[in-house]
Design a protein around this ligand. Structure first.
Ligand SMILES: [Zn+2]
Length: 52
């Protein structure tokens, strides 16, 4: 059940470069991380902590 798509270009991901479709997309994603382009869309921890 490999329904995953490449998060970079949307093509079906391959087992070799999962979750990406190719080394190129994996490199692009890695470059984004290294440059800090990605923000973690998780809970806003800093704003959710009661100061008590
Ligand atoms: Zn791709």
């Amino acid at each position: 059940m490999m329904a995953a798509k490449c998060p970079i270009c949307g093509k079906p991901s391959t087992a070799e470069y999962a979750p990406f479709c190719s080394k190129r997309c994996a490199d692009i994603d890695l470059a984004h991380w290294l440059r800090g382009d990605y923000r973690i869309p998780a809970e806003p921890a800093s704003e959710n902590i009661p100061e008590e």
